[in-house]
Design a protein around this ligand. Structure first.
Ligand code: NDP
Length: 325
């Protein structure tokens, strides 16, 4: 472990739409933010192709390009964007206290405010054929990618609220949606189940799991297996949506920040405040309901405004320019 310690006003952890939007606002408010990008610079959007639902792009934009542009916009106002992963945190309980974040198990950043925008990762089945066809018809976001399967036959895996909601969304666009539920019942709320059951073009297969996703370069079909009888069946589809839950990337904050049982950081209503003074959470790390790029950007903005107000209240002790101790 080296002795490098740097003290700054605002540290932003994560580089998705939440992190970069927080950076744009924080930089414009002279908080001299430093962004650490994490393992997947640009976040989940860099794994999608076309983004058609972010306001301001009438022709759509591909996810990686949009994230580069967000980064450039944050840098235009002086954000210091660095590649690195927060590997440990020590959060202060005191108002005006200094929070310590270790980067890459080496360097320590001391920050008066931290904006957490570490995002969430969609869970996958982790079977080889699914992994091979990710981006070739296998997606974990119906709202992002469903449009590309307009008029086609698709399948969705999962029996929770997300799967039910996404199946209904897909049913509006696609010819047919086959829904694979591994138990003999769904976990989704009754209202969502009712919605799924009321749509004629959704076929629900209970006790059913994916045996193999078929296709060479792109998805061409699905072999399903009934986990009670072992019976297998193939169907022709062009898209497979995985909706078996997300995992927020919040493990390093466990034991220090209040979270729900899945790991979503709990924030105060109408705010991004966590239970630690000066620590704010935005984006998918704290939002299990909406999980859209635009809502993440919105909460990133909120977090920067909350950080700015907090720093004004405590009277920041740190000079405008980051310095090395
Ligand atoms: P959930 O954890 O609630 O559901 C996951 C579903 O995927 C379950 O049916 C589970 O099956 C199934 N599953 C998990 N692993 C596998 C696997 N390996 N193979 C096949 N199936 C699998 O996740 P959601 O994303 O649906 O919801 C997360 C939270 O967000 C919930 O609290 C939900 O209520 C909430 N939410 C609310 C919404 C709303 O209010 N509008 C919309 C979306 C989500 P099993 O039941 O057998 O474990």
């Amino acid at each position: 472990m080296s002795e490098q310690i740097e003290r700054i006003k605002t540290l932003i952890i994560g580089s998705g739409p939440a992190g970069y939007t927080a950076a744009i606002y924080a930089a414009r408010a002279d908080l001299n933010p430093v962004v650490y990008t994490g393992m997947e610079p640009g976040g989940q959007l860099t794994t999608t192709t076309e983004v058609d639902n972010f306001p301001g792009y009438p022709e759509g934009i591909d996810g990686p390009t949009m994230m580069v542009q967000l980064q450039q916009q944050a840098e235009r106002f002086g954000t210091d964007v660095r590649v690195g992963m927060a590997t440990a945190v020590e959060l202060s309980d005191e108002v005006g206290g200094i929070h310590k974040v270790t980067i890459d198990n080496d360097k320590v950043i001391e920050a008066e405010t931290i904006i957490i925008s570490t995002g969430a990762s969609a869970k996958y089945l982790n079977i080889p054929s699914e992994q091979r066809l990710r981006g070739g018809g296998v997606s974990a976001c119906a709202v992002c990618d469903g449009f590309f399967y307009k008029g086609q036959e698709v399948a969705i895996v999962g029996g929770g609220d997300t799967a039910a909601e996404e199946a209904s969304y897909l049913a509006n666009i696609c010819k047919k949606v086959t829904m694979l539920v591994r138990k003999d019942h769904m976990r989704a709320s009754k209202a969502m189940q009712h919605r799924v059951n009321s749509l004629d073009n959704i076929e629900i297969r209970y006790n059913t799991e994916v045996d193999e996703v078929l296709g060479d370069q792109v998805v061409e079909g699905l072999r399903m297996v009934n986990n009670q009888t072992g019976e297998k069946e193939e169907i022709a589809i062009t898209g497979l949506f995985i909706a078996i839950g997300h995992k927020p990337n919040t493990d390093i904050f466990k034991g220090q920040l209040e979270m729900d049982d899945v790991g979503y950081i709990i924030t105060e209503p109408d705010s991004t405040k966590t239970n630690k003074p000066g620590v704010f959470a935005s984006g998918d790390a704290q939002d299990k309901i909406y999980r859209q790029a635009v809502t993440a950007a919105g909460t990133g903005c909120m977090a920067a405004l909350d950080a700015e107000r907090y720093l004004a209240t405590i009277g920041s002790a740190i000079e405008a320019t980051a310095r090395w101790d």
